[in-house]
Design a protein around this ligand. Structure first.
Ligand SMILES: Nc1nc2c(ncn2[C@@H]2O[C@H](COP(=O)(O)OP(=O)(O)OP(=O)(O)O)[C@@H](O)[C@H]2O)c(=O)[nH]1
Ligand SMILES: C=C(OP(=O)(O)O)C(=O)O
Length: 209
């Protein structure tokens, strides 16, 4: 079954505070947007992805993403990450009540379409998630018909998603687990190869899409 994805985004200038210093301060927002652009470039090309809805704190600051065919809506109020995700879920389920929905992080610049498609296949419509490479965070949470997404993103979210009954997916999907929060994470995705925008900005090898 194909999935409608929700992608939460703060204003790039305010996001990824743990990455500050990876590039000169004037280019921090550009880096955060490049990570999101490459993530969504892969996501929108993946088999099984029907629709991508970005729930943004400030849509104008992420308007570049529309060239990828994603939709952008404003988060309702400053309710935080999980509230933004629930808002996206409500909009998507209004249009397709029995569809599969997913929350995807916007910091996966090495994402390969086949890893996302493989995760959707393993989940097979269950409420399931992909943990990050450290095993503590979550990069993708899925919920099919009859199941609320019930997002518990934030510190220790992998444990929280397991505790709430979601199935941890077991596929390797290295690129889907490689989220970028810190300088170490950035060094790691450089070894995998990143999408075009991130590669151009950092001067690193580009992943073959
Ligand atoms: N719309 C929306 N997105 C959010 C909010 N909080 C976090 N996000 C997004 O959720 C994703 C995951 O958050 P984190 O990985 O913790 O990123 P972050 O908050 O930018 O990073 P740090 O400042 O280093 O904690 C990022 O794409 C953020 O932009 C929020 O309140 N509203
Ligand atoms: C919000 C999350 O992201 P991170 O741990 O990457 O900040 C999460 O994994 O739940």
């Amino acid at each position: 079954m194909d999935v409608d994805l929700i992608v939460p985004m703060k204003r790039p200038a305010e996001g990824k505070s743990r990455l500050r210093g990876a590039v000169v301060p004037e280019r921090h927002a550009e880096l955060v947007l490049a990570l999101a652009y490459d993530t969504l470039s892969a996501a929108t090309s993946a088999d099984g992805v029907r629709r991508v809805l970005v729930v943004a704190a400030d849509p104008a600051s992420v308007a570049d993403l529309t060239e990828l065919g994603v939709e952008i809506v404003t988060e309702p109020s400053r309710g935080g990450l999980n509230s933004a995700l629930r808002h996206g879920e409500e909009l998507l389920r209004r249009d397709r009540p029995s569809g599969l929905v997913g929350a995807l992080q916007a910091d996966l610049p090495a994402l390969r379409t086949e890893d996302l498609t493989a995760a959707l296949a393993e989940a097979a419509g269950q409420r399931a998630f992909v943990a990050d490479r450290q095993g503590t965070g979550t990069t993708l949470l899925l919920a099919g018909a009859g199941n609320a997404l019930a997002p518990r993103f934030g510190e220790g979210s992998a444990r929280a998603h397991t505790a709430s009954g979601a199935t941890p997916l077991t596929i390797a999907a290295e690129s889907l687990r490689a989220d970028v929060d810190t300088a170490d994470d950035l060094a790691h995705v450089r070894t995998l190869g990143t999408g075009k925008r991130t590669s151009t900005l950092l001067g690193t090898p580009c992943v073959a899409m």
